[in-house]
Design a protein around this ligand. Structure first.
Ligand SMILES: [Zn+2]
Length: 253
């Protein structure tokens, strides 16, 4: 919707400028200015999911609790460790899994579900260039992950998180066709970049606020090694983490 508004305003400005100022010395600079603004807004929309530019995404949790989300698993060693820590603290989380990996480790997906967490589609291939795929190829990739999840869980998956966090009109069309709900985040841990456990931990603890949806990765050693301390320190700061039935708390229509 926001993308359509941006296109509409851009076309309108080009039209008005061409109609009223085509003979003016400001004509070319204005056309360049409108184009730069249009492309800048578009780029922000692609890079930052929280602007809900191409598709609406849930970026805050519906209660005061903090929702932990883990992408890029399941990992045969690290995901079970994450599950052990969550169990100890009675926390429920969402795991946005890569279909290709889920297919190899169905037992971990079953454990995730059995322990009250949710799984979501994070594409089948997690291809770096997925955002550049044509819509039909993109749908095929996401659908492949849906099939894997249904085979393991017996249920039709409803949740989706865009790999790398980039979105575009193709993603918007694909998730509409597959009837998925996009879940974003309000707090990015940057655990893919920060390899130092202490640095990662301190930043996260200081930034975590009520209702945050926290983006973490369960395939990284630094994330697993700081997770317990992160939860304990945050609890010490009065932060509550999601527990109980997550489906009812995730408000999407
Ligand atoms: Zn990912």
């Amino acid at each position: 919707m926001k993308h359509r508004i941006n296109i509409f305003i851009y076309v309108l400005l080009i039209g008005l400028t061409s109609f009223f100022l085509s003979d003016s010395e400001y004509f070319i600079p204005l056309i360049i200015l409108w184009t730069i603004l249009f492309v800048a807004i578009l780029t922000m929309g692609v890079l930052f999911l929280k602007f809900n530019y191409f598709l609406p995404s849930i970026t805050r949790f519906s209660t005061e609790e903090c929702l932990l989300t883990f992408d890029d698993g399941p990992h045969p060693d690290f995901t079970p460790q994450v599950l052990d820590i969550l169990k100890e603290h009675n926390i429920r989380a969402i795991f946005f899994v890569v279909g290709e990996k889920a297919e190899k480790h169905p037992e971990i997906i079953k454990r995730i579900i059995n322990e009250g967490h949710l799984v979501g589609n994070h594409s089948f291939s997690h291809n770096k260039f997925l955002a550049m795929f044509p819509t039909t190829t993109l749908i095929e990739d996401l659908e492949k992950c849906q099939v894997v999840l249904k085979k393991i869980t017996g249920e039709e998956n409803k949740l989706f998180r865009a790999p790398i966090g980039y979105t575009n009109p193709n993603f918007a069309r694909a998730i509409k066709v597959l009837k998925l709900h996009s879940i974003g985040w309000s707090l990015r841990s940057y655990d893919t970049l920060k390899k130092d456990k202490k640095e990662l931990l301190n930043r996260l603890v200081s930034k975590t606020k009520p209702s945050d949806i926290v983006l973490l990765h369960d395939n990284l050693p630094q994330t697993v090694s700081m997770l317990n301390e992160y939860i304990e320190k945050s609890k010490g700061n009065g932060i509550l983490f999601a527990s109980g039935e997550l489906k009812n708390k995730l408000k999407y229509d």
